[in-house]
Design a protein around this ligand. Structure first.
Ligand SMILES: Nc1ncnc2c1ncn2[C@@H]1O[C@H](COP(=O)(O)OP(=O)(O)O)[C@@H](O)[C@H]1O
Ligand SMILES: [Mg+2]
Length: 213
């Protein structure tokens, strides 16, 4: 399955979730290719940290910042992988558009701040554009960096706004703001590999993986 983790907005957790999803699938025994489609190369750096630590399984990762290159590479290598996860940078780029044409599934992480929720209108338009030239793109939105504990009124308001975007299906598997996510992400580790273990972070990622795949 090809999953694009995308949002025109930066800092919403695209790289964090792309790395966690890749690791969850690899740890489940699948051959995973992670494509870093952002010039900043954050996903690539995380996977480099993992290979320097010689952590198994290793994850194949490549960085291509432009759309035509991503498209050509994915089409060439499609048969080699069980899952391809594409992390695409925070603006309306050719990489993002290419990812939306290639993917079976789009995951749009959003943070529960009003300006992030507005950015979902951009994503809705991009999904419309992609669907006008292809069939079968599933598009989901998931809240990331939610307040710890029960969802606050702000968080619930953001969810209500997202459910009004018809192009995106809201996944009721929010991820809270947790140190485990930022610590694991930087080191190229799954939250399941991190010590001390954070059972809540693990449960949140597992719930998301189950919904997506
Ligand atoms: N659920 C979370 N809990 C805590 N920190 C998070 C969470 N998701 C992302 N972060 C942190 O927020 C910052 C932005 O996340 P990142 O995945 O790089 O966003 P993007 O790729 O969308 O720009 C990073 O420092 C990351 O570690
Ligand atoms: Mg990123």
């Amino acid at each position: 399955m090809i999953v694009a983790v995308a949002n025109t907005k930066g800092g919403v957790g695209k790289t964090t979730l792309a790395v966690q999803l890749s690791l969850a699938r690899a740890l489940a025994g699948r051959d995973v290719w992670l494509i870093d489609g952002d010039r900043q190369g954050t996903a690539m750096a995380a996977i480099a940290a993992r290979s320097e630590a010689e952590k198994q399984p290793g994850i194949a990762c490549a960085q291509y910042a432009d759309g035509p290159q991503i498209r050509a590479q994915v089409q060439q290598q499609l048969g080699k992988w069980d899952d391809i996860i594409i992390d695409v940078g925070g603006r309306d780029s050719t990489a993002l558009r290419a990812a939306l044409i290639l993917a079976d599934t789009l995951l749009v992480p959003f943070a529960p701040r009003s300006y992030d929720v507005w950015a979902l209108d951009d994503m809705a338009e991009l999904v419309d554009d992609a669907r006008s030239v292809r069939d079968g793109l599933r598009a989901f939105a998931v809240m990331n960096q939610a307040d710890p504990g029960p969802l606050s009124t702000d968080n619930l308001d953001a969810i209500a706004a997202v459910t009004e975007v018809p192009q995106l299906i809201y996944l009721p598997t929010p991820l809270r703001r947790r140190k485990a996510f930022s610590n694991a992400g930087g080191a190229g580790l799954s939250v399941t590999e991190l010590s001390p273990r954070d059972p809540k972070a693990i449960a949140e990622i597992n719930a998301l993986v189950k919904r997506l795949f």
